[in-house]
Each structure stands twice: as C-alpha cells, then as structure tokens.
Design a binder for this molecule. Structure first.
Ligand code: 3PG
Length: 210
C-alpha cells in the first residue's frame, strides 16, 4: 500500500525517542501487540538510525519512518536504514527539495500559510502541523486549511487521548502524531506491557475514525 495511505489508515502515528538500540525490537513488538504498526523514530538520539534499521529488518509488518530530520545527511542515513518516510519539524527548503527530487516521501513541518505554500510549491499536499496544540490546535488548522482545500495535516505536539479526537474527526486531518503511548521513560524503564496497554487504547481511538 502507498505509504501516505498507510499513514491515513493508521490515524495515530507514535513519535518515538529511543536512547538505546537494544530497546528497538521489544518496543516494536509491544506496539504491534497493542495494535499499532507504525512508528516515527526521531533523529534526536544517536540510537535512531540503528533502531530504524533493526525494526525495518526484523519487523516487516511495521511501517517505520524517521522524524526530527533536519539535514540532507540525515535523510540519507534514515533511508539507508530503511525509513519509508521522513518527517521534519520545520519547512527546510533544502531537505524538502532533496526528498522530492529523490522520490522520498516527506511530511514537512508547517506552522503557517507560508510553510504550507512551500510544501505545495514542491508538489506536497500532506504536511505535519507542529507544534499542534501550542500553535493553535484544530481551530488554527481549520482556519489555514480554508484556502488550501486539498492539503491534509498531521498535527503533532501536545496531542493526547484527551484531545486527539478533536483532530481525528476533521477531514483536513490525515493522522495525528504523538508520544503519549511510547513515552521515553517507559522505553528506558522497560515498561513494555504499559506501552502495549497505551497502544491498545490509542488504536481503539484510531479505529473509531477509520
Ligand atoms: C514531536 O516530537 O514531533 C512532537 O513534539 C511530539 O509531541 P508530544 O511529545 O507532545 O506528543
């Protein structure tokens, strides 16, 4: 299935910060047990690349992307490790153009109309909205989507089980990103059963909007 379609079908995309590669497979297994088959592994730690590589190789049912990608070098590393999509926090024209030119799926971070227009200029109509809650939440997204009817947003930042449905029910939302079900500390402390439980709850919420 096409990657963006898979993201749309997933509805909730866990944003993972992983400190130690050894946690990658137990984490992926815990997530899949909880009904979640997608992860955005952020390039905020040196373990990101190895984690993407391990999960891509050993868990073929998991769709793995790379998040917090800031440079072309990181795009290359992520893709080489097996990442199927790239997510950026901001609208870096060099990174966007590089991905588009090389047919790499990119969901660039947008927080205003100018960012959205840069994405459109590059032929992209799926963007991340970051930081979602802090930048104005669903009200702001609905307002900026008015002139850009064909753009779909993946809000991330400050999203939780308490507010995720406010986003998911809107047509302009392709999926929501969030870290609440894969919190860094839960991974670090090996609380994989808790991760499965939170993923289960998240996938039940997602299922309501599929
Ligand atoms: C991101 O990493 O893209 C977001 O900051 C995740 O935000 P959250 O931790 O508030 O879900």
């Amino acid at each position: 299935m096409e990657v963006l379609k898979e993201i749309e079908n997933a509805k909730i995309v866990p944003v993972v910060v992983i400190d130690d590669e050894k946690d990658a497979l137990p984490l992926a297994e815990a997530m899949m047990k909880g009904g979640i088959n997608i992860a955005e592994i952020t390039f905020r730690t040196s373990a990101a690349k190895g984690a993407i590589e391990l999960i891509s190789k050993k868990c073929p049912d998991m769709l793995v992307g790379a998040g917090t990608v800031l440079t072309i070098g990181q795009v290359d590393e992520a893709v080489k490790a097996g990442a199927k999509f790239i997510v950026t926090p901001g609208s870096n024209p060099k990174v966007i153009e590089y991905c588009v030119k090389n047919n790499i799926i990119i969901i660039p971070g947008c927080a205003n109309p100018s960012n959205v227009e840069l994405a459109l200029e590059n032929g992209l109509n799926v963007v991340k909205f970051f930081p979602a809650e802090q930048a104005g939440g669903i009200g702001y997204i609905k307002a900026i989507s008015a002139p850009y009817g064909n753009v779909r947003f993946m809000p991330t930042g400050g999203i939780s089980p308490k507010n995720v449905e406010n986003y998911l029910k809107e047509k302009c939302i392709i999926a929501c990103g969030g870290s609440w079900m894969v919190k860094k500390d839960l991974i670090k402390e090996g609380k994989f059963d808790e991760i499965t439980k939170l993923c289960n709850e998240a996938s039940e919420l997602a299922n309501k909007y599929k």
